[in-house]
Design a protein around this ligand. Structure first.
Ligand code: SAM
Length: 218
């Protein structure tokens, strides 16, 4: 179904297509099919992986996003997706329960301190040998300069979000994402400029990581 029809039928705010990082990650996800999508939004990445036969658990706090996603899931009979309304920060991440965890453009929607507090539990939730895929806006983002010029910084790199989609915006520092996973094996890392996948801005400053928890089978 084309994007205009999907938007009309389900009310999607964003293009309903998988993140390029999900597509890139696929070739690293050879072993095991249990995938957690943290901050799934409207569900495009969850659907991408469900169609590749992953058993997907998807969590997000935003009711509107989840409602659209649930409607899409039931119309498309995707019984291998479980959707739960949960906060990524307070979620009781089961230990070593997933072969892969994706968390795309979510940690930049929280306070820096919230990212710090969820990180250890998120890392333990992937099994040894399992993969974490994460992306976030960073210090290179043109919006970071705008925020610094006009808004109060409430924590390092963190501001109240001017748009109404999330409460906070956190721009990751240089090397922050790599350092966050310094106990994992890094399979892919990028920190630089990238096109806006939502087609809302000319470009963003982004950090991307695909990394593997040490130990266990890959
Ligand atoms: C920019 S969207 C990204 C959605 C999707 N992952 C994607 O890549 O298109 C950020 C999502 O993170 C969710 N989010 C923000 N803070 C969250 C939190 N503390 N717990 C769970 N979801 C959160 C928002 O509701 C929103 O759906």
């Amino acid at each position: 179904m084309d994007q205009a029809l999907l938007k009309k039928k389900y009310g999607f705010e964003n293009p309903f297509k998988p993140d390029p990082l999900s597509k890139k990650a696929l070739r690293f996800l050879n072993s095991g099919k249990r995938l957690l999508d943290v901050g799934c939004g409207e569900g495009a990445d969850s659907v991408f992986f469900a169609k590749k036969d992953f058993d997907v658990t998807a969590i997000d706090i935003k009711q509107d996003h989840l409602r659209r996603f649930r409607n899409y899931r039931s119309d498309h009979k995707l019984s291998n997706i479980t959707i739960q309304r949960r906060s990524a920060v307070t979620y009781r991440y089961p230990r070593s329960a997933y072969d892969a965890i994706i968390c795309l453009l979510v940690v930049c929607c929280m306070r820096r301190s919230e990212f710090d507090s969820m990180l250890p539990a998120l890392k333990r939730a992937v099994r040894p040998g399992g993969t974490i895929v994460m992306s976030a806006r960073n210090y290179l983002d043109p919006e970071f300069d705008e925020y610094r010029a006009t808004e109060k910084m409430i924590e390092p790199g963190t501001f109240l979000f001017k748009e109404d989609c999330c409460r906070f915006i956190y721009f990751l520092e240089k090397d922050r994402l790599r350092e966050a996973f310094d106990d994992f094996e890094v399979l892919y890392y990028y920190e630089g400029y990238a096109p806006c996948k939502y087609n809302e801005h000319p470009r963003h400053g982004d950090s991307y990581i695909i990394c593997r928890r040490k130990g266990g089978r890959a």
